[in-house]
Design a protein around this ligand. Sequence first.
Ligand SMILES: Cc1cc2nc3c(=O)[nH]c(=O)nc-3n(C[C@H](O)[C@H](O)[C@H](O)COP(=O)(O)OP(=O)(O)OC[C@H]3O[C@@H](n4cnc5c(N)ncnc54)[C@H](O)[C@@H]3O)c2cc1C
Length: 374
Amino acid sequence: MADVVVIGGGIVGAAAAYRLARCGVPVTLVDRADPGQATAAGAGIIAPATSLRPLPPFYPLAARAVGFYPELLAQLAEDGETNTGYEVVGSLFVAASEQEAARLDEVQRLIEERRDAGMPNVGEVRRLDGREARDLFPALADLPGAIYVAGSARLDGRLLRDALLRAAERRGARVRRGDARPVRTGDRVTGVAVDGERIAADVLIVAAGAWSSALGDALGLRIPVAPQRGQILHLTVPTSETGRWPIVVGFHSHYLLTFPPHRVVAGATREDGSGYDVRMTAGGVHEALSEALRIAPGLAPATLHEVRIGLRPASPDQLPLLGPAPGLANVFLATGHGPSGLQLGPYSGVVVADLARGAQPDVDLAPFAPIRFA
Ligand SMILES: Cc1cc2nc3c(=O)[nH]c(=O)nc-3n(C[C@H](O)[C@H](O)[C@H](O)COP(=O)(O)OP(=O)(O)OC[C@H]3O[C@@H](n4cnc5c(N)ncnc54)[C@H](O)[C@@H]3O)c2cc1C
C-alpha cells in the first residue's frame, strides 16, 4: 500500500492522518508547530447556517462537514478519545441597533431555508427580545432583538487536534515534529526531507495552513494562500455557568462564545496583510475588546486572561483549495480554509485522505479544485 506523508498537523492534517490510519494506510504526519497555528487559536464556532459572508459553494461543503462531526466523534470514541471539546450549545444571532433589528426577519428566513435545504446542525429557530436574549447570555446589553438557533456547536480546536493525532498514532500513524521539505523528481514527489531524515512518499498531502505557499514554491506550484492574523481574547468570569451560554454572532464579524467553567472567548480581528507577524497589538486587542463590550457590557469586570494569535490560511476567493495539485501526479492539497477551518477541516481531511488512497469522495470538489488558481 502507498506510503503517504502529510505536511501540517493542524486540524486538517490531523484529520487526514487519522482517516488514513483508520483505513490501514501507512502515513507519516510532519508538523513544525509554528507559532500562529490557526487551529490552536481558532474560536470554534460550528454554525455555518448563521454565516452571511461565504460564497454559495461553501454551504454544500459545510453541510457535509458539519454532518460528519457526529460520525467523527463516534470514531474517536471507539479509539478511546472523548475529550474533544465539541458541544452543542445553540447560538444567538443578535441585532445591535434598530437598523439591524429591521433585518432580523430576512436573516431568520435565510437560516430556516438553509435548515429546510438540509443543513444539519440547525434545530428550532425563534425570535427573542432583548430580555429573553439576556436570560440566555446574561452579560449582553439590552439589545433590540435576536434570533435563537438551536443546534449550533462549539469546539475546542486544540483538544480535537490532539485527540485526532493520538488516535492516528494508536492506529499506526507516525507523527514527527520538524520542518518538512518535499523532494520533487519530474512530475512526482518522491519523499520529504525532515531535518536531515529522508522520508519516502508515494503520495504527499499539503495541509500546511497559512504556510502552504512556501511549500508551493518548493514544489514549483502556485498556492495562493496568505496569512490573515486573528487576535482573539480569552476572558474569565466568576460565574461557573458560562458553559451553558450560547454562541453570540451577528451582522458584524465579531462574536462571543464560552467554554466551561469560567471562560468567555471574544473574537476576533481579521488582519489581511499581516504576514507571519504573530504579535499581540494594541489596536487588535482594542478592536476585539471594544466590540465584545459593545454587545456584552456585562463582561467589563471580567479578567483578560489570555490573547491568542492565529494565522488563518486565506485564499483569494475565500474557498478552500481541496484536491489534486495541478501538474503533479501524486500531490494533493487541503488548505485555504480561512475563517472556517474548524467547521470544514475534519471533513476536508477525510476528502483529501480518500483522494490520496485512490478513493473517490462523495462530494462535488469542482469549486475547490486548486487548478482554478494555476
Ligand atoms: C482567531 C481565529 C478564530 C477562528 N475561528 C474559527 C471558528 O470559529 N470556526 C471555524 O470553523 N474556523 C475558525 N478559524 C479558522 C480555523 O482555525 C482555520 O481555518 C483552521 O484551523 C486551519 O487549519 P489548518 O490545519 O489548515 O492550519 P493550521 O492549524 O494553521 O496548521 C498548519 C500546520 O502546518 C504546519 N506547517 C506548515 N508548514 C510546514 C512545513 N514545511 N513542515 C512542517 N509543518 C509545517 C504549521 O506549523 C502548522 O502547525 C479561526 C481562526 C482564527 C485565527
